[in-house]
Design a protein around this ligand. Structure first.
Ligand SMILES: Nc1ncnc2c1ncn2[C@@H]1O[C@H](COP(=O)(O)OP(=O)(O)OP(=O)(O)O)[C@@H](O)[C@H]1O
Ligand SMILES: [Mg+2]
Length: 360
């Protein structure tokens, strides 16, 4: 197979066309020095183009000798080589499993070039897990809706009958009992309504995501224990999005309240915003996505519920109803986004991912 010549790469900007690819792509010269790196690779490897171009690939990818030799050999070949399921330990990002395609290319001056395509296998698994989760949530929502309907009708009758009975009773002691029936019926109704989740369609306007985060920070700051801090680290370049502000406030409030409850009297909650490039949400690839991260240094999500926290009625707290997270997830999904969670003792991240532009 004849390998196609690579368009000239004299400056890193000659490679901007690579940014349209969702696969992480890096190009090196024959000494494995980086000539170009696309946006997907910047995100995957935690690198910035300005810093790494010109430097040795081995340094930023922390290549072991074996892989380094395979890259050198690939440069000598005529055909692309695929390396499956290699564990990479990049200097600036968590390690991950990846498939690598190494394609030797010939530049105009006939010096060697190597084009590396990296596909993170963990990320593919994340997407299929996300699909599975979405289906399970849809089933659980359908069951909840059916159940809620069956509960609400007789509950209305029960409440009405208790009110009629109360009007017939002279004895205040007996009226106390009807009062209990009415109050409990109301409590059950509001629980069922919460289980049903948001009933309105989003009312979309221009929303500043940092205003949303700061609003939530203000709301919770009045009830914070002394030993608990909420800090903020925002990327000011994130543009406004078109979304339902109140829904986002409610979703983020639920997440921050969970973090406060998990921390108890001491700890730190960090509100962080960043832009991600080429990110897939619910099967759609987006060029730019805002990630609003709520991080706490509490005990982490208990193992036994970790896989189910987005389902209704799953709680690890004695006083919890287990509705905060499924509601937050529905609210964010109504705004075309997704909440993801990563948790271990000492570090729990809830990420609200919201597309910054329409899917490509
Ligand atoms: N930041 C966190 N750290 C540790 N555990 C968490 C965190 N956020 C959520 N959890 C766990 O997930 C469970 C489910 O959270 P969710 O908000 O859905 O319900 P809840 O907080 O128990 O009740 P509700 O929000 O309805 O009052 C919590 O009970 C808790 O065990
Ligand atoms: Mg909660």
């Amino acid at each position: 197979m004849k390998v196609n010549p690579l368009p000239a790469i004299r400056t890193p900007t000659d490679c901007l066309w690579l940014d349209d690819l969702s696969t992480a792509v890096l190009v090196t010269d024959e000494n494995l020095r980086l000539l170009a790196i696309n946006s997907a690779a910047e995100v995957l490897l935690g690198l910035s183009r300005e810093r790494v171009v010109g430097g040795p690939l081995g340094h930023w990818l922390r290549l072991d000798r074996h892989l380094g030799t395979q890259l050198q050999q690939a440069l000598q070949r005529e055909q692309p080589v695929t390396l499956r399921a290699r564990r990479l330990k990049p200097l600036r990002a968590p390690e991950f499993l990846a498939d690598l395609v190494l394609s030797p290319l010939h530049a105009e001056d006939s010096s060697g070039r190597l084009l590396l395509e990296l596909t993170a296998i963990d990320r593919q698994q994340r997407i299929s897990r996300e699909d599975q989760l979405r289906q399970q949530q849809a089933i659980s929502r359908a069951v909840t809706r059916g159940l809620a309907h069956e509960i609400k009708n007789p509950l209305g009758g029960l409440r009405g009958a208790a009110q009629l009975l109360a009007s017939e009773l002279d004895d205040p002691g007996l009226r106390e009992y009807t009062g209990i029936i009415i109050r409990e019926a109301d409590r059950l109704r509001s629980l069922v309504d919460r289980m049903l989740g948001p009933s309105n369609l989003p009312r979309r306007h221009e929303v500043n995501l940092h205003e949303v985060m700061e609003h939530v920070r203000g709301l919770v700051s009045v009830q914070l224990p002394l030993g608990l801090r909420v800090t903020a680290d925002y990327d000011p370049s994130i543009p406004d999005i078109v979304a339902d502000r109140d829904m986002l406030v409610q979703a983020i409030l639920n997440l921050v309240q969970n973090a406060i409850q998990a921390l108890g009297d001491h700890g730190e909650i960090r509100l962080v915003s960043r832009i991600l490039r080429q990110y897939t949400i619910s099967g759609k690839r987006h060029r730019l996505v805002a990630r609003l991260r709520i991080r706490d240094n509490g005990p982490g999500i208990p193992d036994e519920i970790r896989e189910r926290i987005f389902f209704p009625m799953v709680t690890g707290r004695a006083a919890g109803t287990g509705l905060g997270l499924p509601i937050a997830q529905s609210l964010v999904q109504l705004n075309n986004g997704l909440i993801e969670c990563h948790s271990r003792p000492g570090r729990t991240d809830f990420d609200v991912l919201l597309p910054l532009e329409t899917a490509s």
